[in-house]
Design a protein around this ligand. Structure first.
Ligand SMILES: *[C@@H]1O[C@H](CO)[C@@H](O)[C@H](O)[C@H]1NC(C)=O
Ligand SMILES: *[C@@H]1O[C@H](CO)[C@@H](O)[C@H](O)[C@H]1NC(C)=O
Ligand SMILES: *[C@@H]1O[C@H](CO)[C@@H](O)[C@H](O)[C@H]1NC(C)=O
Ligand SMILES: *[C@@H]1O[C@H](CO)[C@@H](O)[C@H](O)[C@H]1NC(C)=O
Length: 246
């Protein structure tokens, strides 16, 4: 899915100055995308593409990482063929306790767990209840269009090294992998905390009057929101402690 996608313009330049870094997909081949979009038929498009260009390797996505985690998007920006088809897929790689901050998309979103157990949270709209799921391998959940959702790797313990004694066991937590399917080639991602702080201070402080601003400065306070480098960020301390990470 995620984070600001292909259209990087004036607006997102401002974003980079006043709020923490987002993972942003770069459009890898705008000329090819232009040709694919203007081609009349799918057969014409296939004539513009080699067999290799019809294969997507998530491990080669520039975001691919496990510390703390990543969201690797196959979308109109990263895989040119998708510029003409209304779908995209993200590979979610969550290291132990890694989380995706509350966010939403311009698309319906189905998420399937492949490994590990992932706790998900979803609120569709004002007045809707909080839906929580424990997504284990082979299970799928839905985040309908514009629902706010979040998730984290629950940090299932496993033996990472065992010595001769029963007590001589080192435990760690496993990596979780999921796939996220979206019914748009450019679903975008809007992360709530970061976008909230792009509103003027006067507005924001009326909504959350209890915020203790850093040096009384709204923009400086926004800078304290942890960066979402590759789409995922560190999880909370209790989980990280359990996994031997904090
Ligand atoms: C996918 O990309 C990774 C990372 O670049 C590479 O190591 C791997 O060989 C690629 N897989 C295939 C099947 O090309
Ligand atoms: C606000 O933050 C400052 C600096 O960290 C601290 O000294 C002060 O006690 C805080 N005030 C409240 C009301 O939490
Ligand atoms: C905070 O950032 C906004 C948006 O860039 C800007 O208009 C405003 O002047 C900044 N405020 C301060 C106090 O720096
Ligand atoms: C993002 O992933 C790249 C490629 O794996 C890696 O070099 C980089 O350190 C990662 N950045 C963060 C903030 O995790």
């Amino acid at each position: 899915m995620m984070f600001f996608s292909a259209c990087v313009g004036v607006a997102s330049t401002i974003v980079l100055f006043v709020s923490p870094a987002f993972a942003a997909d770069k459009t890898i081949d705008p000329q090819l995308v232009a040709k694919l979009i203007t081609a009349a038929t799918m057969r014409d498009r296939l004539d513009l593409l080699s067999d290799d260009q019809l294969l997507y390797n998530f491990s080669a996505n520039p975001m691919y990482s496990w510390k703390p985690g990543s969201v690797c998007n196959a979308n109109a920006a990263t895989w040119p063929i998708l510029s003409t088809i209304g779908v995209s897929v993200a590979q979610l790689n969550l290291g132990p306790c890694a989380m995706l901050a509350p966010h939403l998309h311009r698309a319906n979103n189905l998420v399937v767990s492949v490994t590990g157990t992932t706790h998900t949270y979803m609120v569709q709209e004002n007045g809707a209840r909080l839906v929580e799921q424990m997504l284990s391998p082979g299970m799928m959940t839905i985040f309908p269009l514009a629902s706010v959702h979040s998730m984290y790797n629950m940090g299932k313990l496993h033996v990472v090294a065992a010595g001769p004694l029963v007590a001589d066991i080192a435990k760690g937590c496993e990596n979780n992998q999921l796939y996220s399917f979206l019914d748009d080639k450019d679903p975008g991602t809007t992360t709530l905390a970061q976008t909230f702080f792009l509103m003027p201070e006067e507005i924001g402080m009326q909504v959350m009057p209890f915020i203790n601003l850093t040096n009384g400065d709204w923009n400086a306070t926004a800078q304290l929101i942890p960066a979402i480098g590759n789409g995922s960020q560190d999880g909370f301390e209790a989980c990280r402690r359990k996994c031997g990470l904090a």
